[in-house]
Ligand binder design. Structure first.
Ligand code: SF4
Length: 377
């Protein structure tokens, strides 16, 4: 089946059982990939009324139709489940390299059910699959987890989808972090991963995705390489945070827990300011020349931010910046680093902080209950 690995990996953690399905072409034509795969398995197999953090929930890592094909945009993949945050359909999309590596390792999707007795991680390499102990990784940040798994697998190019302590402790807005800086952020997919005692999925593959028209794909890649600067220079230059001042001027920038739409500190936290101050590099996703992701470093008396964790995108700057009344990119970047290390969704975490701040200012949350903090905007 061109464009696909042709296999779905099934894992039952309660039974320590792994098997492979090879769906017919009609499955791929009908559901395509990503959201389609996730919706299919949730609707078909999830029992009604299932506890999102119980063993019967499914956790699905799904690649898309062109994931792993060498053209821009093909680094994206999705993670889905019944959401512990909403009780409904849960899905989070993510960039980076894990999705492409998973398909190249031999699988279009991984469907996980059950709960392991003890923490484990899944190791998928060129069609081979094994469950390995993660007891020594439980409680570790994502950076420590990545370093330890790559070290024990003796391959620094292993790509990881993983959780930190936020997912382990079942924070309902915990996310899944790919490669330290790409977040499947929304709907609590990281909490479901933690509920299954699944610390990480590690993938490494070498086979190319089969293509019906390899020359056509190469031609498309060449066209993108020649034209991306004209099409998307702004995204590369100032990132997804580049339009923040415009949003503020339109009155559409989340500010002080959505009490305002304009933020007086917008210039201080916009993408061009980040570029001119703390940006040290740009990162991207598999086969994409645009490289819209930020890499920041801070090393001063007040803040230290590790560039291994990337840098904040627009949503993170909006959540921890304007919506908390903060106009300091160093502080926002520190919050981004902590969330990526602990696998917490930066949007929900920032919104939770801004909500607490408004509650504090309205007298609904006391200083004592705020652990002695003065939560003023
Ligand atoms: S680097 Fe940016 S533009 Fe390119 S695929 Fe990733 S998210 Fe999209």
């Amino acid at each position: 089946m061109n464009g696909y690995a042709g296999k779905i990996l099934r894992v039952n953690l309660s039974e320590n059982r792994i098997w492979t399905e090879e769906p017919p072409a009609s499955f791929y034509r009908r559901y395509l990939g990503g959201q389609g795969f996730i919706a299919h398995y949730l609707v078909k197999e999830l029992p009604a009324g299932v506890d999102p953090l119980g063993p019967d929930n499914l956790l699905i890592f799904a690649t898309g139709t062109i994931t792993g094909v060498p053209v821009a945009g093909s680094g994206r993949s999705a993670v889905g489940c019944k959401s512990p945050l909403t009780g409904g359909y849960g899905e989070a999309d993510v960039g980076g390299f894990f999705g492409a590596e998973l398909k190249q390792a031999g699988y279009d999707a991984v469907v996980v059910q059950g709960k392991a007795d003890k923490p484990v991680y899944l190791w998928i390499h060129n069609g081979e699959v094994e469950l390995r102990s993660a007891e020594h990784l439980w409680g570790k940040t994502t950076l420590d987890t990545q370093e330890m798994i790559q070290s024990e697998l003796n391959d620094s190019r292993v790509r990881l989808a993983m959780i930190g302590p936020g997912g382990e402790k079942l924070v309902r807005y915990a996310c899944v972090i790919n490669d330290l800086k790409h977040a499947a952020g929304r709907t609590g997919v990281g909490a479901v991963m933690g509920s299954k005692n699944l610390k990480a999925v590690a993938a490494r593959g070498t086979p190319q995705v089969p293509l019906a028209d390899a020359d056509g794909v190469r031609e498309l890649g060449r066209w993108m390489a020649a034209n991306w600067k004209e099409l998307a220079w702004g995204l590369h230059d100032t990132g997804t945070d580049g339009g923040l001042v415009d949003l503020s001027e339109f009155g559409a920038l989340p500010t002080r827990n959505f009490q305002d739409g304009q933020f007086e500190g917008a210039e201080e936290i916009t993408g061009s300011t980040m570029r001119d101050t703390i940006l040290t590099d740009r990162g991207g996703c598999y086969a994409c020349p645009i490289r819209c992701k930020r890499v920041v470093k801070v090393d001063d008396d007040e803040y230290k931010v590790n560039p291994e964790y990337g840098g904040p995108e627009y949503e993170t700057v909006g959540a921890f910046g304007s919506n908390c009344g903060v106009d300091d990119l160093r502080a926002i970047s520190k919050a981004n680093e902590i969330c990526n290390a602990y696998s917490l969704d930066t949007i929900s975490t920032g919104m939770m902080v801004s909500f607490a701040m408004e509650c504090y200012e309205e007298g609904l949350l006391s200083k004592e209950r705020a652990d002695g903090l003065e939560l003023n905007f």
